[in-house]
Design a binder for this molecule. Structure first.
Ligand code: PSU
Ligand code: MN
Length: 308
């Protein structure tokens, strides 16, 4: 029988025991969010950014039924190179029982990070409420996970292919703090703005660490929620707004014309956008994800410093 318990790598376990900084990284962005072979390079790059900052990377995935927190190079080769299923929280027990392998979404990564005791997590963009949710009820389990697991997620907001306003309303209902990092506005992935103002802004990693420490100290009855640290793509690498708007409008029209529905809509739009932008959207995606990893390293360092 495979041991279905979460396996934390020795490097990550040692760092946590010694209160050194650790940052969790998801694997769905590698297996499904970025094309090969750039995805393998990106996975190595994210880990290298953390190590250069003195932070231990904890890339998370399920391999042969075992949820792993901290992959070695062989594990990263597998999530980048093999055809992997995409696992959210509800898929974890099925994978364990069947000894299956899968990349983990933000939701499943948060859950496994929380079990291991990793407090800070970096990704590209969050899942959220889909356009047309009134008829489809399509809302990512990422939002429920943010309400349930005490992990801070550094991200560039959500893509404008989702309903950003509805996503922010749901995060409010779920009592998830949403804090802008050096911004007063929620970012929209490829663009630093969205038109949606935020209630809270911080300007230093130490301020974020203080909020996380306050969450820990409040030890809210029931679950302590996570936190969204909304970190806009740097202005010099952001997509040009007019080009962004033009390609998105083209993508929605193409999905409509091809009568794409349901679960197929997002993958259709995303691959259309990469093609129609001549790869420009991919470059922006890589740059913003790398920037989120760098900010997460600073936050995890400030948090570990407080705890020490
Ligand atoms: N948004 C992105 N890139 C991604 C994802 C979201 O800009 O790669 C992935 C993340 O893993 C996220 C998941 O957790 O998609 C959400 O999927 P769903 O909507 O099926 O919950
Ligand atoms: Mn969905």
């Amino acid at each position: 029988m495979t041991d279905p318990r979460v396996q934390v790598s020795e490097e990550v376990a040692d760092a946590l025991a010694e209160r050194r900084p650790v940052v969790a990284l998801e694997s769905t962005i590698i297996s499904h969010g970025l094309p090969r072979p750039r995805n393998r390079q990106a996975a190595a790059d994210f880990e290298a950014v953390l190590r250069a900052a003195g932070v231990v990377p904890a890339t998370i995935a399920v391999l042969d039924g075992v949820p792993r927190v901290g992959l070695d190079d062989g594990g990263i080769d597998r999530i980048a190179g093999e055809e992997m299923a995409k696992a959210s929280v509800r898929d974890l027990p099925v994978l364990a029982a069947r000894r299956g392998s899968a990349a983990t979404t933000v939701a499943a990564t948060m859950r496994l990070a929380a079990v291991a005791g990793v407090r800070v997590f970096a990704t590209g963009g969050l899942g959220g409420v889909h356009r047309g949710f009134v008829t489809t009820f399509d809302e990512s389990a990422d939002l429920g996970a943010l309400a349930a697991f005490p992990v801070a997620v550094v991200c560039a907001g959500v893509k404008s292919v989702l309903d950003i306003g509805a996503t922010l309303e749901r995060l409010e209902t779920l009592s998830v703090p949403v804090v802008g990092y050096r911004t007063d506005e929620f970012p929209s992935f490829w663009l630093p703005t969205s038109g949606h103002r935020l209630d809270w802004r911080v300007d230093t990693p130490e301020e974020v660490a203080a909020i996380l420490a306050a969450q820990d100290a409040l030890a809210e009855p029931g679950a302590t929620p996570g936190l969204v640290l909304a970190n806009p793509v740097p202005a010099d690498v952001a997509w040009e707004r007019t080009e962004h708007d033009r390609v998105l409008a083209e993508a929605f029209a193409a999905a409509d014309a091809a009568k794409i529905r349901g679960k197929a809509v997002t993958p259709f739009l995303l691959s259309f956008i990469v093609q129609a932008s001549g790869g420009r959207s991919l470059e922006v995606n890589l740059a913003l994800a790398r920037n989120n990893v760098a900010v997460a390293a600073e936050v995890a360092t400030a948090y570990a410093t407080r705890a020490a």
